[in-house]
Design a protein around this ligand. Structure first.
Ligand SMILES: NC(=O)c1ccc[n+]([C@@H]2O[C@H](COP(=O)([O-])OP(=O)(O)OC[C@H]3O[C@@H](n4cnc5c(N)ncnc54)[C@H](OP(=O)(O)O)[C@@H]3O)[C@@H](O)[C@H]2O)c1
Length: 264
């Protein structure tokens, strides 16, 4: 399978890392385009894939094309390449806010489009991707796309109306989790733990807790209650977190994230 990426920054690099790792295709079967020579040098050095400055070359040489530029460049890039898109191409969007209908309108003809929202933990094979497709995409093509998405983590096929929610709960959420880890580590450092050790403790606690949610199937509230002994240390920390509006500030932040995504 040959895969092309128009734009190869953080997200495309994370996806390509998984694709290569799982052997979905070889470096020779991937071609990426960047806007600058520096971008191409970065892709060549870090990923060893074929590079070009010509977005049309990506479309000419591959049938599966990921649009991996920032949302504000989607229109410009689609205008450049749409004349070369055939019924054999499958276009994968990874941008927030760009609906299947918007994308179809910009291509101006029937085009197979898969809309996805991945996240950067793809870099370590632990991504989470929401995916939906338009009616032109056939089951066999969708199976190929799922294989690609599965190479860098989990994926869920979802109704398109939930895609903006995926932006906040998955696409953007690694940033909030990194902030949480940083804050926990800062507190540990304040109480005397060396910084490198503090990051290790905090990150491992987050990873282990996430695994418990995914693997036990227990409600997160029940798992929280299991840590809170009566009159103990944890319930005191929980009390302070609630005083600071911990859950509410996450909920409000994520609602703001969804709103911005919808307007993109
Ligand atoms: N980062 C995330 O966590 C994340 C998560 C989910 C979805 N996404 C989505 O993924 C997409 C890419 O985001 P990113 O974070 O990977 O961005 P990024 O790191 O800024 O990379 C953007 C890439 O696009 C290239 N580019 C810009 N204009 C171009 C053009 N006209 N033709 C070809 N290449 C062009 C840039 O090339 P140069 O380096 O040469 O300028 C760069 O390689 C966005 O739509 C974003 O919303 C990102």
């Amino acid at each position: 399978m040959k895969i092309g990426f128009i734009g190869c920054g953080n997200m495309a690099s994370a996806m390509i890392g998984g694709i290569l790792e799982k052997g979905i295709c070889s470096k020779q079967e991937i071609i990426v385009s960047n806007r600058t020579v520096e971008g191409n040098e970065r892709s060549k050095k870090n990923l060893g894939v074929n590079v070009t400055l010509d977005n049309c070359q990506v479309v000419r040489e591959t049938k599966t094309v990921v649009l991996a530029v920032k949302p504000q460049f989607y229109e410009e890039v689609i205008a450049q390449v749409k004349g070369l898109i055939t019924e054999k191409h499958v276009i994968i969007s990874i941008a927030p806010g760009k609906t299947l209908r918007w994308l179809e309108e910009k291509f101006g003809k029937p085009v197979k489009i898969v809309r996805t929202m991945p996240n950067t933990p793809a870099l370590v094979g632990e991504g989470m991707t929401g995916v939906c497709a338009n009616s032109y995409v056939q089951d066999i093509e969708m199976a190929g796309i799922k294989e690609i998405l599965g190479s860098f983590g989990r994926y869920e096929v979802i109704p398109e109306r939930l895609m903006d929610v995926v932006v906040s709960v998955s696409g953007s959420s690694p940033a909030y989790v990194f902030m949480f880890i940083e804050a926990m580590a800062d507190a540990a450092v304040a109480d005397g733990m060396p910084r490198a050790q503090a990051y290790e403790f905090a990150a491992q606690a987050v990873m282990g807790s996430a695994k418990m949610v995914l693997e036990t199937g227990k409600h997160p509230g029940e798992l929280k209650d299991m840590v809170c002994s009566p009159g103990g240390t944890t319930i005191e920390a929980v009390r302070q977190l609630e005083k600071g509006g911990f859950r509410s500030s996450i909920i409000e932040a994520m609602k703001a994230c969804v709103e911005v995504g919808r307007k993109m």
